[in-house]
Design a protein around this ligand. Structure first.
Ligand code: UTP
Length: 229
């Protein structure tokens, strides 16, 4: 792999933990991260099925989104811990906030974390981590292959976008916001943070790790670049 700039990668929980932990995926992803020649890499992990399971179960006892988010965060940290075990340096704890993460990243070159506080998803954590550390590139490995101009589940004629500006991406994301557990390509707050700091987001389906490697190496990849007006 070529030398590349520092980056943050947000790995959707549905990649790491679609029903149970996908060990092969964790291994393959970790291999890429171990071989990558970037000075600093932040890795932010989503909650996947464990989050859905626990948030869903807790809904029997409360409908308060703050507390539902709290248990979702716990799930993201469990997935982060597994990924950390695979990448190495288990002695380091999973950072619980961005400040802690950037201290680790300045000392270790790699940091693995999950969620931080209620009110957003790990999409926002990844962009905040990039912002705080002065990193300008985020890769979002998720469960859709591209951003579409409309919800493709509702409109079969929705157009896939190769490139989209922050404002348009924000508007599309906001339209599909339905509260906790929303099915958005990225949460809306993350797009505002990216916009204010000019952070380029490269979104793609997380299953195809060759595609991710192409993106890392500056080659053509299937996905959407979110940047600019
Ligand atoms: P995810 O980042 O996995 O959210 O966090 P998601 O977008 O719902 O899941 P995917 O990407 O589609 O698989 C899981 C849940 O944990 C809480 C939220 O409730 C979120 O839905 N969370 C996560 C927070 O409240 N704060 C965080 O910083 C991260």
């Amino acid at each position: 792999m070529n030398f590349m700039e520092s980056f943050v990668v947000s790995v959707g929980g549905s990649m790491i933990n679609p029903s149970t932990v996908d060990i092969e995926y964790v291994r393959e992803f970790s291999n890429i991260i171990r071989n990558v020649k970037a000075p600093k890499v932040g890795i932010v992990v989503g909650g996947g099925q464990t989050a859905r399971n626990y948030v869903g179960s807790m809904k029997n006892f409360t409908s308060n989104d703050f507390f539902l988010d709290e248990i979702g965060i716990m799930a993201t940290r469990m997935n982060a811990k597994i990924l950390k075990a695979s990448i190495g340096n288990l002695a380091r704890k999973i950072p619980e906030d961005i400040n802690e993460a950037i201290v680790q990243l300045s000392e270790d070159d790699r940091v693995v974390m999950g969620g931080t506080v209620p009110g957003h998803t790990t999409d926002t954590v990844s962009v905040l981590l990039a912002e705080a550390f002065g990193i300008k590139k985020v890769y979002n490995l998720t469960s859709v292959d591209r951003v579409y101009d409309e919800d493709p589940k509702k409109n079969p004629h929705a157009r896939p976008m190769e490139k989209i500006g922050y404002k348009e991406a924000f508007a599309i994301s906001l339209k599909s916001y339905t509260g906790a557990g929303s099915n958005q390509f990225m949460d809306s707050v993350s797009l505002l943070i990216a916009m204010r700091s000019g952070i380029e987001i490269n979104l793609m389906h997380g299953k195809d790790l060759n595609n991710f490697e192409n993106a890392l190496n500056g080659k053509k990849f299937v996905g959407t670049k979110i940047f600019g007006n």
